[in-house]
Write a protein that binds this ligand. Structure first.
Ligand SMILES: C[S@@+](CC[C@H](N)C(=O)[O-])C[C@H]1O[C@@H](n2cnc3c(N)ncnc32)[C@H](O)[C@@H]1O
Length: 226
């Protein structure tokens, strides 16, 4: 190149490695390339993308894929030469019931973003974790699903669980803590990532007088299979 020619700058891509990735993730704007923003309870794909680029797994699964956020991230990574492994996804709405079936195959990274108890109802199916039911029953079913994910992991593989806490009739239910308590049964807890929540349906509600602080975060816990 001639010294007088201006250097061409590479345009940054959403698929670039995020050098600032750490235990706090704050993305006010959802990346429109991934998933469907109108699917209730969907999440932005950035955290999943960062985890994939961090751990560099070859075989990935998402058994509660919802609107397809993780599938779209993987497709984009592949098209941009950043992922050449295998990816499997399923969802009850697509006919895969994790409560009653193992994941097909072995993986080194499993991502799961389950319903937050019955905050959003996804279907009328009796196996749907989002059906109205006592918290104890929901937690039992969640544990069954997480154990299935753990069973599908190779040794040293990672299980990432994204979940939010719930306040019901003034009582705080820390679902993240319930998942952390499963450490050992679903692998060894190795990372806790706080993800701030933006554009929640409840943002549009006006709380005349809240006794306690609104919940605006979700927790992603990563477990390592021993
Ligand atoms: C929080 S949403 C996942 C949203 C997804 N991350 C996205 O960005 O679109 C939870 C999903 O769990 C699914 N689900 C609930 N019970 C299930 C079960 N027993 N087996 C498989 N999927 C289930 C629901 O259909 C729903 O799509």
């Amino acid at each position: 190149m001639n010294a007088s020619q201006p250097k061409l700058r590479r345009v940054p891509s959403v698929y670039d490695q995020d050098e600032s990735f750490c235990s706090i993730v704050d993305r006010p704007h959802r990346c429109s390339l991934w998933g469907d923003a109108s699917y209730r309870g969907n999440c932005d794909g950035t955290l999943f993308k960062n985890l994939v680029q961090w751990y560099q797994p070859c075989r990935i699964a998402d058994p509660m894929v919802g609107s397809g956020t993780t599938r779209d991230v993987i497709r984009g990574l592949g098209e941009n030469g950043r992922f050449a492994g295998r990816f499997w996804s399923g969802d009850l709405r697509g006919g895969f019931d994790l409560l009653n079936n193992p994941l097909p195959g072995r993986y080194d990274f499993v991502w799961i973003h389950p319903p937050y108890w019955d905050i959003v109802r996804y279907s009328e199916h009796p196996s749907d974790l989002s059906k109205p039911q006592p918290l104890e029953d929901f937690l039992q079913q969640l544990e069954t699903c997480l154990v299935r994910c753990h069973e599908s992991l190779q040794l040293s593989g990672r299980l990432a669980v994204l979940i939010g806490d719930v306040r019901r009739s003034g009582k705080y239910h820390c679902l993240a803590h319930e998942v952390m308590k499963l450490s050992g049964r679903i692998g060894e807890l190795c990372s806790v990532i706080i993800k701030t929540q933006h554009n929640c349906t409840s943002d549009r509600k006006r709380y005349a007088r809240m006794l306690d602080v609104p919940i605006r975060h979700e927790t992603c816990m990563v477990f390592r299979k021993l």
